[in-house]
Design a protein around this ligand. Structure first.
Ligand code: ZN
Length: 236
């Protein structure tokens, strides 16, 4: 059962819907489209839910602000819209099919989804495709970049495992254990930006902090690293 309620504070208001489910606790969710949902056990009376939401309204407003800002920054997913891949822009061509699928062919994203007027479906298959490409390409570039390092480095370290993740503030990171995490969004950047981030993280195997030893190795392997770093700044 679902019904809509209104939550208000002095400055902001938001609507929320109540979803009664077989569950034990009340939970408050701000969904990716900004909808606020209260999931509750069947037996909780309405006034208690209103109180529950009101006591958390500041959190909801803050969370919604973040979600809506992300939404505004996101590209749209209509037919003909351009999307980034490896530093260039290519158009979407949407068509309908039972299964969601992306085929990148002749500089066009051929996308099939069940309902091509549903941007959420399109964005989901696009993201899945980006992720697949990222896993493939990052691994390939990791090998190529590792080979650029001097022999002593290649003897001392093994090629790190890569995790691909969406990250808000960083392009990559390297753990003390030598695992490298790379931002999914790098798949939209020119390859030289991706290479720079990989080389940067590989340098952290030898020098964990950004000290002299770190920059000495970075400059040795990639003398033009600063240019690439500037390019990333520009594009992001
Ligand atoms: Zn670093």
């Amino acid at each position: 059962m679902t019904d809509a309620r209104q939550g208000t504070t002095l400055e902001q208001s938001f609507e929320y819907r109540i979803k009664r489910q077989r569950r034990k606790t009340i939970a408050l969710h701000v969904l990716a489209d900004g909808t606020v949902e209260v999931r509750t056990p069947n037996w909780v009376p309405k006034y208690e839910l209103v109180d529950f939401v009101e006591r958390r309204s500041e959190w909801v407003i803050q969370r919604r602000r973040e979600v809506l800002r992300d939404l505004a920054n996101q590209p749209t997913f209509c037919d003909g819209q351009y999307h980034r891949f490896l530093g260039a822009m290519f158009p979407l061509r949407l068509s309908t099919a039972r299964r969601g699928h992306v085929d990148f062919r002749d500089s066009v994203f051929l996308v099939t989804v069940r309902d091509k007027d549903d941007p959420v479906q399109v964005s989901k298959v696009m993201e899945r495709w980006y992720r697949e490409k990222a896993i493939e390409l990052y691994e390939e570039r990791m090998f190529a970049c590792f080979e650029q390092f001097p022999d002593w480095f290649q003897d001392k370290y093994v090629i790190p495992e890569i995790t691909v993740r969406k990250m808000r503030r960083r392009w990559g990171s390297c753990s003390r254990a030598g695992e490298v995490t790379l931002n999914l969004a790098l798949i939209k950047m020119p390859i030289r930006c991706l290479d720079y981030v990989i080389v940067h993280e590989l340098c952290h195997l030898e020098a964990f902090h950004h000290g002299k030893a770190f920059y000495r190795l970075l400059a040795l392997v990639m003398p033009s690293w600063k240019e690439h770093e500037n390019l990333i700044e520009q594009l992001s």
